[in-house]
Design a protein around this ligand. Structure first.
Ligand code: 13P
Ligand code: SF4
Length: 337
């Protein structure tokens, strides 16, 4: 764990006005994931899913990126835009999937399976990205797997549920790393079935990080942005949302006349499904990181370049620009991590 942020009395400060002022002064952009608190989503310049946020980080001409999300997302911004200053309001904003996959263990796993390419979910460290062939997000995984030759063996990590979902969808065996998202793992099938019975006809929209016993009851499965799109477009007036509930803020803003219900955890309410890492970011910490330009994301250059290769592949393949002949397992001898 990193040292806790220094405590300062900020009670006399108009945080919203100061954040706006600092943003101009620093030529900064604020990027936020859909799982951030509503007040942070509302002041961000851009709110999106992991793929959209990485595209935005790669193309912005701001000098500073204040990343309201978790560490692997801010690292992705730094990998793609090394000349920019990337700050994260709280450096302890990690991810259970990243924690499940230490680089040394991942390297050893890859070395055991040299004929497999590694397709790795973006929810991992920069070191693990550098040890991977292609990064995927929940919104790019399907399009990318569809481009990989049938006879090419695949390691999918670190999310075994997203990997398992893709494996079932393509009828294609994959070696799955055993990581899970603690948030999506907490949804209860029993409570979901009770909720469905209380709201007959309400479709369930689920994130593919959910375990199969939740996915099996879903009418729509997709990334956060895809769940948001489905929720806006469905004719149903009540929708059950099986992902981190802060995304409901965007749904309520877009279609206030509809009713969005967060899927429950085992105790029957969804408090256990709030991502504890995303929740570490606050308005106060966002103000401080713009003022002090810290904590900053810093990466070893060799690791950054290795990670950039696999991220660039994702960006190209999700835009349909890489031919199948370019694909093949990475030579780990040359990779950092
Ligand atoms: P997406 O926003 O890419 O669907 O990812 C969800 C997530 O868990 C991010 O941590
Ligand atoms: Fe990681 Fe899950 Fe939190 Fe996303 S919601 S950051 S996958 S712990």
């Amino acid at each position: 764990m990193n040292a806790p942020a220094k405590r300062e009395d900020l009670s006399g400060i108009d945080l919203l006005a100061e954040i706006e002022r600092l943003k101009q002064e620093r030529n900064a952009i604020i990027l936020a994931h859909y799982y951030q608190k509503p007040q942070i989503q509302d002041l961000a310049d851009f709110v999106g899913d992991s793929l959209e946020l990485s595209r935005k980080a790669a193309e912005t001409d701001a000098e500073v990126i204040a990343f309201c999300g978790v560490k692997f997302m801010a690292e992705t911004a730094k990998i793609l835009s090394p000349e920019k200053t990337v700050v994260l309001p709280d450096l302890n904003a990690g991810c259970s999937l990243e924690d499940s996959c230490p680089p040394n263990k991942f390297r050893a796993f890859r070395e055991k399976h040299p004929d497999h390419i590694a397709l790795t979910y973006i929810n991992c460290s920069a070191e693990v990205k550098a040890l991977s062939d292609i990064i995927v997000t929940s919104s790019s995984a399907e399009a990318i797997i569809a481009q990989i030759p049938e006879d090419q063996k695949i390691i999918f990590g670190p999310d075994r549920h997203l990997g398992g979902y893709m494996s079932r969808k393509f009828g294609r065996e994959m070696l799955l790393w055993p990581g899970v998202c603690i948030v999506h793992e907490a949804f209860s099938e029993t409570e979901l079935l009770k909720l469905k019975a209380e709201h007959p006809g309400a479709p369930v929209a689920a994130h593919p990080e959910c375990p199969p016993h939740i996915i099996d009851h879903a009418d729509h499965v997709g990334s956060t942005s895809s769940i948001l799109k489905f929720s806006k477009e469905t004719e149903a007036d009540t929708v059950i949302i099986a992902t981190e509930p802060h995304i409901i803020h965007q749904m309520e803003k877009a279609v206030p006349e509809k009713n969005f219900i967060g899927a429950p955890g085992a105790d029957g309410n969804c408090a256990c499904n709030i991502c504890p890492y995303m929740a570490l970011n606050t308005l106060e910490k966002l103000y401080l990181c713009l003022r002090d330009l810290e904590p900053q994301i810093e990466l070893d250059e060799e690791v950054r370049l290795g990670a950039k290769k696999s991220l660039d592949r994702m960006l190209e393949m999700s835009a349909g620009k890489v031919g199948q002949g370019d694909l093949g397992p990475k030579d780990l001898a040359h990779e950092g991590g």
